[in-house]
Write a protein that binds this ligand. Structure first.
Ligand code: ADP
Length: 184
């Protein structure tokens, strides 16, 4: 059973790699960022609540993402595995997820950290041109990453769940490296 959590700074290539591997293993790629962007586009209650946070590069409140992840992991297609991308993004969310996975019998998850130097990440984000990719917002997202998300590296390393891959290689090389560490 493949259950993976992708960690890494914004711009590390998590979304691209998560989608490639999800297609390869035929399991859902669950991206909280994508789900939120779609909800904002559709102006659903979730989207309306998330909008101002996402636009400013802040994390949306835990409750919103925790509810959506809980619902998503209960769907039939998630019973044969999944790749989570963008969740958890802080230690409180990781605690929530650990408890949730125990409760719904979906343990044994592994965490992959895509390691990419800061300057590479900034250059990639600036060339991507997404609506929340203006320079100020990028700077804020990186600050939030360092303060809230980077501590998850130690969190999962302490729990012996962490695998690390060098994300500063070509897209194909990263995919190969990921497949190697995950199936090892
Ligand atoms: P990136 O990895 O490029 O920073 P994402 O697409 O993963 O972007 O997320 C975009 C935005 O969605 C984040 O900046 C944040 O506002 C919101 N978001 C996504 N996942 C979470 C989460 N787990 N907790 C809080 N906010 C989140």
């Amino acid at each position: 059973m493949t259950r993976l959590i992708f960690l890494g700074p914004p711009g590390a290539g998590k979304g691209t790699q998560a989608q490639t591997l999800a297609d390869f293993w035929q399991i859902p790629h669950i991206s909280t960022g994508e789900i939120l962007r779609q909800a904002m586009k559709d102006q659903t209650p979730l989207g309306i609540q998330a909008q101002s946070y996402v636009d400013q590069g802040e994390l949306v409140p835990d409750q919103l993402v925790e509810d959506l992840v809980q619902e998503r992991l209960k769907q039939p297609d998630a019973q044969s595995g999944w790749i989570l991308d963008g969740f958890p993004r802080k230690v409180t969310q990781a605690g929530f997820l650990e408890e949730l996975l125990g409760k719904i019998g979906q343990g044994g998850e592994r965490v992959v950290n895509l390691d990419v130097p800061d300057e590479i990440v900034i250059a990639r984000l600036l060339s991507r041109g997404r609506k929340d990719d203006s320079e100020d917002v990028i700077r804020r997202r990186l600050e939030v990453y360092r303060a809230e998300t980077a501590p998850l590296i130690d969190y999962y390393s302490d729990r012996h769940k962490l695998l690390t891959v060098n994300g500063n290689q070509s897209e194909e090389e990263v995919t190969t490296a990921l497949k190697n560490v995950i199936t090892a």
